[in-house]
Design a protein around this ligand. Structure first.
Ligand SMILES: [Zn+2]
Length: 147
């Protein structure tokens, strides 16, 4: 999995906006990143899946547990539409000091919403994190070193 900041910094703003203008495009990236090391069912550990109901989600072929591309990533339970959340991430990665007021103005979203999401992204940048939620990242790193 690629570091979040490195991922967003690959694009220039025009290309970025054009590429990630639909939730599907964002979900595709999240699925690619999240399952880059292979799929494993969170409930039963099975590694075979079929397509789920929402775009790029995966459903375990054994226990039928469905996981969306977004869940357990830094975009987990994100209330902002995904293309907007991607754009905020992009802006924060390009300029760590961008204010939530400026984001709010540019994105036409509430300042508090921008502030909260910016915090998540900045924390992720600081720990050189990828798209995974911090708790899960820590768990995975522990597993990696014990092998
Ligand atoms: Zn399962």
């Amino acid at each position: 999995m690629i570091e979040l900041e490195k991922f967003f910094k690959q694009f220039d703003e025009g290309a970025f906006e054009k590429h990630f203008d639909t939730p599907e495009a964002c979900l595709k990236v999240l699925a690619e990143q999240k399952w880059s090391g292979g799929y494993k069912c969170r409930r039963c550990g099975h590694t075979n899946y079929c397509k789920g109901r929402s775009p790029h989600s995966r459903r375990c072929t054994r226990c039928k547990y469905e996981e969306s591309a977004q869940s357990h990533t830094v975009f987990h339970k994100c209330r902002i539409p995904l293309p907007d959340a991607f754009m905020i991430s992009y802006k924060v990665c390009s300029n760590h000091g961008i204010s939530s007021y400026k984001l709010s103005e540019e994105m036409h979203l509430r300042q508090m919403t921008c502030w909260r999401f910016k915090k998540t992204i900045l924390e992720c940048i600081e720990r050189h994190g990828d798209f995974t939620l911090p708790e899960l990242e820590r768990m995975r790193k522990k597993e990696d070193t014990s092998e």
